[in-house]
Design a protein around this ligand. Structure first.
Ligand code: NAD
Length: 469
C-alpha cells in the first residue's frame, strides 16, 4: 500500500484504490486517494518548512539537489522497474530516458541556480538591484505519460529557487513518486520540504484550492489546465502550464526520405503516442505523398505496440479510430485492437494507426488523441504547408523535414509552436525555453525561465548621496 509522505513521515488517509499494470491489466499495488485533511496537512507541512528552506544560501540548496540526484542514481534500478510497471513502457525506455533525465533535471537546476548572477543597474546617483524571493509553497501536479521525468522537471527548479512543494502525481502512476519519497528520507532532506500526496483529480483540485498554496505548476491536459486557471483566478496565483498538443509534421519532397520516415515513426509512435510532443498531423509534399504514406503504414505495422495507460484511455483512443471512419477517413493501417494470445490481451493495447482523407477542420484533426495515430494529408506549396500546420488551436511543437537550409529557417520561423525541430525530433537542452502557446500552455520553463517562474523579483533602488565637494 502506497502512503502519502508529509512532513517527512508516512501518512495514511483517504480511500484506497488499485494501481494497475497497463500491459496485463493486473493490480500491482494500492494507493490512497488524499482527502481534504491529508491535503491540508501536506500544505501546512510545506508552509512550516518554507522559511528554513528559503533562508538557505542557494549553494546549499544546490547541494541538496545534487544529493537527491545521487539518491536517484543509488535507486536507479528500482525506479526503472517502478516506472515500467506503472506505465507499461519498456524497461529500456525507462532506463535510457525517464530516469537518467530525472537525474539530469536535478543536476542541471543545481548548476543554473548556483551560478545565476544577481542583476544590478547603476543609475546616475543611485543603484538599483533585484533580489528574487521564492513563491513559498508550490503545488506540483503532473500526468502519467512520463511521470518521474515530468515531476522532477518541475520539482528541481522549484526547490532550487527556495520553495517547498506538495507534489501530486497522476492517479495512474504513483510508484516512482513513492520511491522518490523514500529517496528524500534516505538523503535526509529536511522534513516538509518535499511532500507527496496521492490521489485523483479531486485531490488535485483540493490542493490547488488551498489558500496556502502560492503557485501552481501543472503538466497535463488543456481541460484540467483550464479548470486550474479558473480555480486560482480569485487568488491571482501564478500558474505554469504545459498542456496538450496537436502537433504537425511537415515533410518536403527535398528531404532525406529515410531520415524523415525514421524520425516520423519515432515522433508518432514513441511511448504509444503518449508524449505531448508526438506528431498527430502530417503534411507531405505531393510528389512523395503516396510513397511516404505506403512506407509509413508499413513501418507502423512493425512498431512494437505499447499499451495505453488505462482501460478508459484505450476506449478514448478507440473512439477516435471510430470517429475517423465516421468522418470518412481512409484507414491506411491499424484502427483496431491487437491480439497477442497471451496475458497482454488483458492489457490496454491499440493498433498503431495511420489514416488520411480528412479535412483539417474535422474533429479528428482538431482534437488531441494521445495515442499511436496520425493523419496524413498532401500539400503543394510551402505556404500552404505552413497554413495547414498552423490550422490548429494548439501551439506546442512541430517538425520540419527538408534538405533546403533557407526553407528550413523560413518555415520554422512561421510555425506557431513553442518548439520546432528540423530534421530531428525530441532533441533538447534543458537550458532552452520549453512550452507552448494557444491551448498548449502559458509561459515557458527551462533554464533560468524556470527559476523566474518559481520566484518573485523585488527591485531595490538606493539613492547614493554625493559627498560635499
Ligand atoms: P490530466 O489533465 O487528466 O491529469 C493531469 C494531472 O492533473 C493528474 O495528476 C490529475 O490527477 C490532475 N487533475 C485532474 N483534475 C484536476 C483538477 N481539477 N485540479 C487539479 N488537478 C487535477 O492529464 P493526463 O491525462 O494525466 O495527461 C495527458 C495530458 O497531458 C495530455 O493532454 C498531454 O498532452 C499533456 N501533457 C503535456 C505535456 C507538456 O509538456 N506540454 C507533457 C506531458 C503531457
Amino acid at each position: 500500500m502506497l502512503t502519502h509522505f508529509i512532513g517527512g513521515t508516512r501518512v495514511a488517509g483517504g480511500s484506497a484504490f488499485p494501481v494497475r499494470d497497463p500491459v496485463t491489466g493486473a493490480e500491482i499495488d494500492q494507493v490512497y486517494d488524499a482527502d481534504p485533511e491529508v491535503v491540508d496537512r501536506a500544505v501546512r507541512a510545506a508552509r512550516e518548512a518554507a522559511p528554513g528552506w528559503a533562508a538557505l544560501p542557494v549553494g546549499e540548496r544546490a547541494g541538496w539537489l545534487r544529493r537527491l540526484a545521487d539518491g536517484i542514481e543509488a535507486r536507479f534500478d528500482d525506479l526503472v522497474a517502478a516506472e515500467a510497471a506503472d506505465t507499461g513502457k519498456p524497461l529500456e525506455a525507462a532506463r535510457t530516458l525517464d530516469i537518467p533525465r530525472s537525474v539530469l533535471n536535478f543536476r542541471t537546476f543545481a548548476e543554473i541556480a548556483a551560478q545565476r548572477p544577481d542583476e544590478a543597474f547603476h543609475l546616475p546617483g543611485a543603484l538599483s538591484y533585484t533580489v528574487r524571493r521564492p513563491l513559498g509553497v508550490v503545488a506540483v501536479i503532473v500526468p502519467w505519460n512520463l511521470p518521474f521525468l515530468l515531476m522532477t522537471w518541475k520539482l528541481a527548479p522549484a526547490l532550487a529557487a527556495g520553495n517547498t512543494v506538495v507534489v501530486k502525481p497522476s492517479e495512474y502512476t504513483p510508484c516512482s513518486a513513492a520511491l522518490f519519497a523514500e529517496i528524500c528520507e534516505e538523503v535526509e532532506l529536511p522534513p516538509g520540504v518535499v511532500n507527496v500526496i496521492f490521489g485523483s483529480g479531486p485531490a488535485g483540485q483540493l490542493l490547488v484550492e488551498h489558500p496556502s498554496v502560492d503557485g501552481v505548476t501543472f503538466t497535463g491536459s488543456t481541460r484540467t489546465g483550464q479548470t486550474i486557471m479558473r480555480t486560482v483566478a480569485d487568488r491571482v496565483r501564478p500558474v505554469s502550464f504545459e498542456l496538450g498538443g496537436k502537433n504537425a509534421g511537415v515533410v518536403f519532397a527535398d528531404c532525406d526520405l529515410g531520415r524523415a520516415i525514421d524520425g516520423t515513426v519515432r515522433s508518432v509512435f514513441t511511448n504509444g503516442g503518449q508524449v505531448c510532443l508526438c506528431t498527430e498531423r502530417l503534411y507531405v509534399e505531393q510528389p512523395i505523398f503516396e510513397e511516404f504514406c505506403a512506407v509509413l503504414a508499413g513501418r507502423a505495422q512493425i512498431v512494437e505496440p505499447q499499451p495505453m495507460i488505462s482501460a478508459e484511455h484505450r476506449e478514448r483512443v478507440l473512439s477516435y479510430y471510430a470517429l475517423a471512419r465516421s468522418e470518412g477517413a481512409k484507414v491506411l493501417t491499424g484502427g483496431g485492437v491487437p491480439s497477442f494470445g497471451d496475458a497482454r490481451d488483458g492489457g490496454y493495447f491499440v493498433e498503431p494507426t495511420v489514416v488520411s482523407g480528412l479535412s483539417e477542420w474535422s474533429r479528428f484533426n482538431r482534437e488531441e488523441i494521445f495515442g499511436p495515430v496520425c493523419h496524413v494529408a498532401p500539400f503543394t506549396t510551402e505556404s500552404q504547408a505552413v497554413d495547414l500546420a498552423n490550422s490548429t488551436e494548439y501551439g506546442l511543437a512541430a517538425t520540419v523535414w527538408t534538405s533546403d537550409l533557407d526553407r528550413a529557417h523560413r518555415v520554422a520561423q512561421r510555425l506557431e509552436a513553442g518548439l520546432v525541430w528540423v530534421n530531428t525530433w525530441y532533441l533538447r537542452d534543458l537550458r532552452t525555453p520549453f512550452g507552448g502557446g494557444k491551448l498548449s500552455g502559458t509561459g515557458r520553463e527551462g533554464g533560468t525561465r524556470s527559476l523566474d517562474f518559481y520566484s518573485q523579483p523585488t527591485t531595490i533602488t538606493i539613492k547614493l548621496e554625493q559627498p560635499d565637494a
